[in-house]
Design a protein around this ligand. Structure first.
Ligand SMILES: *Cc1c(COP(=O)(O)O)cnc(C)c1O
Length: 242
């Protein structure tokens, strides 16, 4: 069993190789460590390996970890960045707006409006991505590709949000080609919006695509941020999550 530090190194190697294979510059893809269900000790190991960006799915669990590290003087200068990558219900927007740095899962204007209204003045704008549903029916979260432009035009106006790009969680696909085809749909949505040249979109630069099992295909498709959980922390045990 390798350590968290070794696994992070291994993921960086995989990202570098995927960049080479895609003809993309090294360092053009950032690593988000998805720490849901894992405790602060595991996160501390990742921080010791130089990891700064962490993704959490469950708001309450994430807020507790954010608070833990904020209260430790030793971690204040580590530049930790917390990304909310799980669904956000209306009754959780205040916690998210107050505590997180990023939200990847915006798919409704109402949630975006609440996050903007509730973002504290002393913090910079909340960085957000729209979640796009590239392969699902109506039961899946995320906005349909055809509806992205309308939502972008609304969210881009909200004063306390900075709209950075698109995120997607396609269903597991059997092989590289199938994974690539799904990720390319999200990339096409991202490019279509970029081509609009909307003046409010001053930092449209983030394509949050790829997890442990499909990060090579995601990088090939143009991902700028891969979200890796089990590849860093090991298998999740939801029964003991808290
Ligand atoms: C859990 C999760 C991940 C990480 O998945 P792994 O397969 O463990 O790498 C990435 N993105 C989202 C939205 C997740 O919920």
């Amino acid at each position: 069993m390798s350590t968290i530090v070794e696994k992070i190194q291994h993921i960086h190697q995989q990202i570098d190789e995927a960049c080479r294979a895609a003809g993309r510059p090294a360092g053009s893809v950032a690593l988000l460590a998805v720490s849901k269900t894992f405790g602060v000790d595991a996160i501390a190991e990742a921080i010791a390996a130089g990891q700064q960006a962490f993704g959490e799915n469950y708001i309450q669990e994430g807020v507790e970890k954010i608070g833990y590290f904020a209260d430790q003087p030793a971690y204040r200068d580590k530049g930790l960045i917390w990304h909310c990558i799980g669904p956000v219900q209306s009754n959780k927007t205040r916690l998210v707006a107050e505590r997180f740095d990023w939200v990847h899962t915006i798919d409704r204007l109402k949630i975006a409006q609440r996050l903007s209204e509730q973002r504290p003045e002393h913090r910079g704008p909340l960085q957000v991505c729209l979640q796009v549903n590239v392969d699902g029916g109506t039961t899946k979260s995320g906005v349909a590709p055809a509806d992205v432009e309308a939502l972008v035009r609304e969210v881009a106006q909200l004063p306390r949000l900075c709209l950075r790009g698109v995120m997607s969680i396609p269903d597991a696909a059997p092989d590289f080609g199938a994974q690539l085809a799904l990720h390319q749909r999200a990339k096409a949505v991202f490019d279509d919006i970029a081509r609009l040249g909307l003046p409010q979109l001053t930092q449209w630069d983030t394509l949050s695509l790829g997890m442990t099992a499909d990060l090579q295909a995601a990088v090939q498709a143009g991902s700028t941020l891969v979200r890796v959980g089990s590849g860093i922390f090991g298998n999740r045990n939801y029964a003991t999550a808290g």
